[in-house]
Design a protein around this ligand. Structure first.
Ligand code: UD1
Length: 421
């Protein structure tokens, strides 16, 4: 298993390119199941999760071709479709559950393995199944698989979710696009990735209004056609790389970054004493002072502070002046980076969903272990701010969500290299 070696760094300066969003791409790719015409996604990120979704779609009968070094995903689903999403692929990645809605809408039936839990929490599927049941699907669980069918086809309905789940919103919107009549989803998730999916579906001929608000209305259509769509910028990669100069000092422009994608995150950076400026090239981030100030952070659904940036923000706050309190409200077990940061000299107390971070002047390099995707990158950021060397092992988590991270960070002056084993 590869590991990543990071040496404590001085200021970082320069430009860094931000990729297309992993989470948007993972929802856009299954949309190909809704049409027999080609769907082409440009600005796709080059990540192992995208390869996993490619393998899953191929197992269902879609043709997926990666073009231009993987930046373009050309997909077509004109042949026979297999309705069974196998456990062997689904268990690798929870986002595999996003084929459930499209398969059901296109075929009237689907058999999709439950993904199982993951390191950050139990992550059940009840919000997905109740949303699809509202559209007339009958869903039962057998041998670890969800068996879904809609004998007379899906029918439009009004449904209110008890929590604005991102994945359940995506499954509902894709399924309702081919349902008979009008559907309304209340308390829908408002993430930019939902807006991106709905924009793409509308290009394919769907009639969706209200994406980005908590009420999405979908007028079902008989069929969807092909389209070409650029994947929205990855706001989590953007936020992660904005933290690099915040932690090390210097001035970095995140190319293609937009304030509207990361407003609540930027508000916290500014409170900590980091300057962020939007310009024609992207977002320019600089830290002028010596140490940042402590800030309190609570994760929330969009437009609140993203749970996917909580671990990286904690890495920054480890060396802040004062005590910060981080509250995690989305996932029950998302502080696994804390014990690793403590090994690097951080002073953190975790009590349930809260973590108290008492800022120390300097972190110290140490061998640490990545436990999940965002935790791994938080350890890399912490390593850049530490004295000496940090070796982050189990970096396969990292490759799920960050393309060419060593190349990108060394491009702004970081001392980082991959150790292949
Ligand atoms: C998506 C993102 C993930 C991000 C998360 C929250 C993708 C591929 N992944 O995940 O990176 O961390 O949003 O912003 O887009 N829940 C239920 N029942 C359900 C579904 C979810 O109780 O049926 C709970 C989950 O356990 C979790 C919360 O709802 O506590 C949020 O989950 P959800 O918004 O569904 O996240 P994902 O779509 O899985």
């Amino acid at each position: 298993m590869d590991s990543i070696l990071v040496r404590g760094n001085g200021p970082l300066n320069g430009d860094i390119e931000i990729a297309g969003a992993k989470n948007a791409c993972l929802a856009l790719m299954p949309a190909t199941l809704l049409s027999d015409e080609p769907l082409t996604l440009t600005n796709a990120p080059r990540l192992s999760d995208i390869k996993t979704m490619t393998a899953l779609l191929a197992s269902l009968g879609a043709e997926v071709t990666a073009l231009q070094d993987g930046k373009v995903q050309a997909m077509s689903c004109h042949g026979e479709i297999n309705p069974v999403a196998d456990y062997e692929i689904v268990r690798k990645m929870r986002a595999s559950n996003l084929v459930l809605g499209p398969l059901l809408a296109r075929l009237g039936h689907a058999v999709v393995s439950l993904p199982g839990g993951c390191a950050i929490g139990a992550r059940p599927m009840d919000l997905h199944t109740t949303a699809l049941e509202a559209l007339g699907a009958e869903i039962s669980l057998k041998d670890g698989y969800l068996h879904a069918k809609a004998a007379g086809g899906l029918k439009g309905a009004v449904h209110k979710m008890r929590f604005p789940s991102v994945g359940a919103t995506e499954n509902f919107v894709m399924a309702a696009s081919l349902a008979k009549g009008t559907s309304v989803l209340e308390n829908a998730a408002r993430e930019p990735e939902i807006v991106d999916l709905c924009d793409c579906l509308n290009k394919m001929g769907a009639q969706i209004e209200g994406a980005g608000t908590s009420r999405i209305e979908i007028q079902g259509v008989d069929r969807l056609h092909g389209a070409t769509h650029p994947v929205v910028t990855d706001r989590i990669e953007l936020g992660t790389f904005m933290l690099a100069p915040a932690i090390c000092g210097g001035e970095v422009t995140c190319l293609g970054g937009k304030l509207s994608l990361v407003e609540s995150f930027v508000a916290k950076l500014e409170e900590a004493g980091i300057s962020v400026e939007e310009n024609a090239r992207g977002l320019t981030v600089s830290r002028k002072g010596d140490r940042v100030k402590a800030v309190d952070v609570t994760t929330e659904p969009f437009p609140g502070f993203p749970t996917d940036l909580q671990a990286q923000m904690m890495a920054l706050l480890c060396t802040a002046e004062g005590t910060s309190v981080l509250e995690e409200t989305i996932f029950e077990n998302r502080f696994m980076h804390a014990p690793e940061l403590i090994r690097m000299g951080a002073d953190i107390e975790v009590h349930g969903g809260h973590a108290k971070v008492h800022g120390v002047e300097k972190l110290k390099g140490a061998p640490v272990m990545a436990t999940d995707l965002r935790a791994s990158v938080s350890l890399i950021l912490a390593g850049l701010a530490a004295e000496g060397e940090t070796v982050v092992s189990r970096v396969y988590h990292l490759d799920r969500g960050y393309e060419f991270i060593e190349k990108k960070l060394s491009g702004i002056g970081a001392q980082i290299e991959r150790i292949q084993s």
